[in-house]
Ligand binder design. Structure first.
Ligand code: AMP
Ligand code: GLY
Length: 414
C-alpha cells in the first residue's frame, strides 16, 4: 500500500513507526514530517493548506490511503477533498470533525444522543455571556466554541474570573461564540476509538498530564506526558464509557448523514455521578498516540485502511499486556515562546529495549539535530508494570540533553 501521512508532530512519528511494521506498506510519504518520521518514509516539505497540490501529489504517487494527524486540516475539509478525488482517508470529513471544531455542535450531538456531560449554555456573543454572568453571579467554566490549540478553556473560580475569561476568550477568533459550563470534579481519562462510520475499536484508556509543572501546576500545554492503560478505569467502567460516551455519538453522526471515519477521542471526567464528557477530539491525541500505538498488537495500517473503507473488524487489533509511559521533553520557553536551535545530544546513542524516542519539534541543522518547536521529543517506556515503564522512560529521558530542557518528573507517579 502507498500511504500519505499528514502532520509533523510526535503523534505522526508514532503513526509512521507503527505502520512501518506493516507487511502491507510499500511506500510512505509524510507531509511535512519531521526527522523522526523521515526514518520510516520520505518527508515532503509541502504547505498543508494547499489541498489542490496535495491531491495532485497523492495522484502522482499512486497513494492508496491518506492518514491525517492534526485537527486543523480536518476541520478545513482535507478529508472531503481526498474523498472527492476517490481516495480513502483515515480522518473525518469537516462535517463530522465539527465534534471537535465546534464545542456548541458537540454539545448538540451529546444532547441528541443522550451522552452524559456538564450542563452548559451557548452564547452567540461575548456580551450575551457577560450579561448572563452578571445576573447569575457565579463561577463557570468558560469555553471558546472553536479550535484554540488547547488554549480555549478557562476553569474560573469566581464570577469575576468568569467575566475576565469571557473578555479574554471572546477577543480570540475561536471565541466569537462562547460556552459557559458547570464545573465538574473528578479525575480525567481519555478514551480513543478507531471508527469506520459504524463500528468501532476502542483503545486502552489513557491519562494526559496537561499542565507544564509537577502536581498539575503552571500553564496548560498540549500535554507533557501520558500513561496507558489507567488502572482506576476498571473493565466495567471502561465498557460504560464506551457505551455511553463513544457509541451514541457514532450512531448520532451516522444518523445525521455524516458518518465518522477516524479516531474519536473522548475527554472524560470521572465524577461521583459517573463518567461525563468534557470534550471530543476528531483525531489521535498527541502525546496519547505515543503510548497507545506501542500498546497495540496487529497491523495498524490494515486497521486504518479498514476504517477509511468502512470494513473495520473490532478484533482487528489486540491490546498488548503491559504499560506505556510517555515523558515529553519540551524546549526552553515552552509553552509561551519556545526557543529553537538548541543542539540535541544523546538521541542516536539511545538503543534500549522497551524505549521509543518520538520526534516532535526537532530539525536537522548544519550541526545535527536541534530543537525546532515547543514539545521537542516524546520518550515512551514500555514495561510489564507502570513502574517499569516509567523507569525506562525516565532513564532514557535523562540520557538526552539540550539547553533549557523541561520535563515533568511525576508522569504516572500516583
Ligand atoms: P477541554 O479542552 O474541554 O478538554 O478542556 C481542557 C481542560 O479543562 C480539561 O482537560 C479539564 O481539565 C478542564 N475542564 C474542561 N471542562 C471542564 C468542566 N466542565 N469542569 C472542570 N474542568 C473542566
Ligand atoms: N494531548 C491532548 C490532545 O491531543 O488533545
Amino acid at each position: 500500500m502507498n500511504v500519505l501521512l499528514i502532520g509533523a508532530g510526535g503523534r505522526e512519528h508514532a503513526i509512521a513507526w507503527k505502520i512501518a511494521q506493516s507487511p502491507e506498506l510499500h511506500k510512505l510519504l509524510i507531509v511535512p514530517g519531521n526527522p523522526g518520521t523521515g526514518r520510516h518514509g520520505r518527508n515532503i516539505p509541502f504547505p498543508l493548506n494547499d489541498f489542490d497540490a496535495l491531491v495532485d501529489l497523492a495522484d502522482r504517487e499512486l497513494i492508496d490511503l491518506v492518514i491525517v494527524g492534526p485537527e486543523d486540516p480536518l476541520s478545513a475539509g482535507i478529508a472531503d477533498r481526498f474523498i472527492a478525488a476517490g481516495m480513502p482517508v483515515f480522518g473525518p470529513t469537516a462535517a463530522a470533525a465539527q465534534i471537535e471544531s465546534s464545542k456548541a455542535f458537540a454539545k448538540q450531538i451529546m444532547a441528541a444522543a443522550g451522552v452524559p456531560t456538564a450542563l452548559s449554555h451557548v452564547f452567540n456573543t461575548p456580551a450575551d455571556a457577560a450579561e448572563f454572568v452578571r445576573r447569575d453571579n457565579r463561577a463557570w467554566v468558560v469555553k471558546a466554541d472553536g479550535l484554540a490549540q488547547g488554549k480555549g478553556v478557562v476553569v474560573a473560580t469566581t464570577a469575576e474570573e468568569t467575566l475576565a475569561a469571557i473578555q479574554a476568550l471572546g477577543a480570540t477568533d475561536a471565541g466569537a461564540r462562547l460556552l459557559l459550563e458547570e464545573r465538574l470534579e473528578g479525575r480525567e481519562v481519555s478514551l480513543l476509538a478507531l471508527c469506520d462510520g459504524e463500528r468501532m475499536l476502542p483503545l486502552p484508556p489513557a491519562r494526559d498530564h496537561k499542565r507544564l509543572g509537577e502536581n498539575d501546576t503552571g500553564p496548560n500545554t498540549g500535554g507533557m506526558g501520558v500513561i496507558a492503560p489507567v488502572d482506576d478505569v476498571s473493565p466495567a467502567l471502561y465498557q460504560q464509557i464506551v457505551a455511553t460516551c463513544l457509541q451514541p455519538v457514532i450512531r448520532e453522526l451516522t444518523a445525521l448523514g455524516t458518518p465518522f471515519r477516524g479516531v474519536l477521542y473522548a475527554g472524560v471526567m470521572l465524577t461521583a455521578a459517573g463518567p461525563k464528557v468534557l470534550e471530543y477530539n476528531a483525531r489521535f491525541g498527541d502525546p496519547e498516540a505515543q503510548v497507545l500505538l506501542p500498546l497495540l498488537e496487529g497491523d495498524l495500517l490494515a486497521a486504518l485502511y479498514a476504517c477509511a473503507t468502512g470494513t473495520l473488524q473490532p478484533d482487528q487489533l489486540r491490546r498488548r499486556k503491559g504499560y506505556a509511559v510517555c515523558v515529553v521533553l519540551a524546549a526552553a520557553g515552552y509553552p509561551k515562546r519556545p526557543r529553537r536551535g538548541d543542539p540535541i545530544r544523546g538521541v542516536e546513542a539511545l538503543d534500549e529495549e522497551g524505549v521509543m524516542v518520538f520526534h516532535a519539534g526537532t530539525a536537522m541543522g548544519p550541526n545535527g539535530l536541534c530543537t525546532a518547536g515547543g514539545r521537542v521529543l516524546g520518550i515512551t517506556g514500555f514495561g510489564p508494570t507502570l513502574r517499569a515503564a516509567r523507569e525506562r522512560a525516565y532513564r532514557a529521558a535523562d540520557h538526552i540533553f539540550f539547553d533549557g530542557k523541561q520535563l515533568r518528573r511525576d508522569i504516572g507517579k500516583d
